[in-house]
Unconditional design. Structure first.
Length: 307
């Protein structure tokens, strides 16, 4: 006789079927646990190739509306983004859990550049600031490939001035004293005082160096973490330069212009259109994706395209 009737006789009772379903369910959960790579980043990890897919995280923490221990302030986490979906799948649930454990009210905005110009991190942050709404009163300019590993890092309201979380003595790559990239917190009032960031930086790099000069020019002083003893292992850097190359080309006058301070442009003249706005959940963590079409005046900044 064929093998299937032997395994599943015609008069199989309900109890053995229930046991079989239970066994299959247990086997599926065990396979999922063994096949995924573990929750969150590995302490001390820097560039380790393509980021691994994490195991399903626990249910994220959510404050109640009237919970006083979470404080009155609300953070807009602004994440400039283009085509780094693997990093995004790790970043959103990790940062939601990290901030929730610290009782930081927050809203994560993924600023997705969908036009055909070169990547413009500064303009995306300007757009994120303008679109973040009145229910947030401070921002974090946050790279998608940088995850905080030390839970003592401060993401609270930076009332005394800009607070550089990824300070030079902690960032795994950049160590010069005027560096303010990676993760920088500002009140919305202070960001407006600086007129935001310059829109003239197309391609990778230099926009945060220009922003440091805007900060000091506005009479503000950058503060940095103290008492953090984890050094260069304070963050995990997910970016692998061999796997995902950055656009570091300098075209025409761009090499000369990148060292100038833009005294006219910023929040007041960023040109963009929101193609779509979508609220979604990544492994239980809420975020808003803004698909952003930037505009470029090729007479002013011809290096916004490769053509």
């Amino acid at each position: 006789s064929p093998p299937l009737p032997r395994l599943f006789p015609g008069r199989l009772s309900a109890f053995p079927l229930f046991l079989l379903a239970l066994l299959l369910g247990f086997a599926s959960l065990l396979w999922l646990q063994l096949s995924c790579s573990g929750e969150g980043p590995v302490p001390g990890g820097q560039d380790r190739g393509a980021p691994h897919q994490p195991c399903p995280p626990p249910a994220p923490l959510q404050p109640t509306q009237d919970e006083p221990s979470w404080g009155p302030h609300r953070l807009a986490l602004l994440v400039p983004f283009r085509e780094r979906f693997e990093e995004l799948l790790t970043f959103v649930p990790y940062m939601h859990r990290f901030l929730s454990k610290k009782k930081i009210r927050h809203h994560i905005f993924i600023l997705n550049q969908v036009d055909h110009f070169r990547f413009n991190r500064a303009s995306l942050i300007n757009v994120g600031f303008l679109e973040s709404g009145n229910d947030t009163d401070y921002i974090a300019m946050h790279d998608v490939d940088l995850l905080p590993l030390n839970e003592h890092l401060d993401y609270s309201f930076p009332e005394a001035g800009p607070f550089h979380v990824a300070s030079p003595e902690l960032h795994p790559l950049y160590h010069y004293k005027t560096y303010v990239g990676g993760i920088l917190l500002l009140t919305k009032q202070h960001y407006e005082l600086c007129n935001g960031m310059s829109n003239r930086f197309w391609g990778w790099g230099r926009e945060d160096d220009e922003f440091y000069r805007r900060i000091t020019g506005a009479g503000l002083q950058v503060r940095r973490p103290s008492g953090i003893t984890t050094g260069y292992e304070t963050f995990q850097h997910l970016h692998d330069p061999a796997w995902r190359k950055r656009d570091q080309k300098r075209i025409a006058a761009q090499k000369h212009e990148q060292f100038k301070v833009d005294r006219e442009g910023g929040l007041n003249n960023v040109r963009y259109r929101i193609e779509s706005r979508t609220d979604l959940s990544v492994a239980g963590a809420p975020c808003t994706v803004l698909n952003i079409l930037l505009d470029c005046d090729t007479n002013e900044t011809p290096w916004c395209t490769f053509g």
